[in-house]
Design a protein around this ligand. Sequence first.
Ligand code: ADP
Ligand code: MG
Length: 240
Amino acid sequence: MISMRNVDKHFGALHVLRDINLEVPRGQVVIVLGPSGSGKSTLCRTINRLEPIDSGDIAIDGVALPAEGKALAALRAEVGMVFQSFNLFAHKTILENVMLAPLKVRGIKKDEARKHAYALLERVGIADQADKYPAQLSGGQQQRVAIARSLAMDPKVMLFDEPTSALDPEMVNEVLEVMVSLAKEGMTMLVVTHEMGFARRAGDRVLFMADGEVVEDTEPETFFTTPRSERAKDFLGKIL
Ligand code: ADP
Ligand code: MG
């Protein structure tokens, strides 16, 4: 579902992604771990071309990522992304936030968009807040809306970049629960997170990154119990 071959990227002199090779089959949940600055966010952002790459190939469901234009917009719609900050439209209701992209990009009818959006809000457990504005919701609720908004485009892949890092601790689980249920439903997911419980429970695979390189690529249990590299041991020693 996601294929990266020999992907390289620099920010000026900084070699931020070094020869990344990654094949993610349909339905797999990949957890991306690594120290701050190791390239995790950049990796996510290249997958839907929020960041261009210097060289290599990226394909989604067998279709090479186009560089620009309409084809890029269409393909981007298939890759949902949820960030640390929710970025909801403050002057639109929760329901309108979820309806917006399908209306604009997919050109579907308003009634249909409303029904679909409502169903998605039910799926993330927040349909009773449909007519409120983002500021009236807690951070955990806003992040669930952001997930519903991404799902509204029927993505083939969901990327999560530290989706719970900005949340108060008591709101982390409600967001992780939504992600666990998505995983169980078979969504292909790439998740940058520091939530090790979630990684062990929902992850099929761990990528450990350091200095722009994938240093380990293994099953979560193996990674957490018997990391091979010194850098992974060092990382785990600091967080566990
Ligand atoms: P992570 O998400 O693992 O913390 P990032 O992918 O955000 O790492 O960043 C990797 C490296 O690239 C860092 O050193 C960061 O400072 C640098 N970087 C990220 N974005 C940019 C940018 N737009 N311009 C220049 N350097 C950047
Ligand atoms: Mg990051």
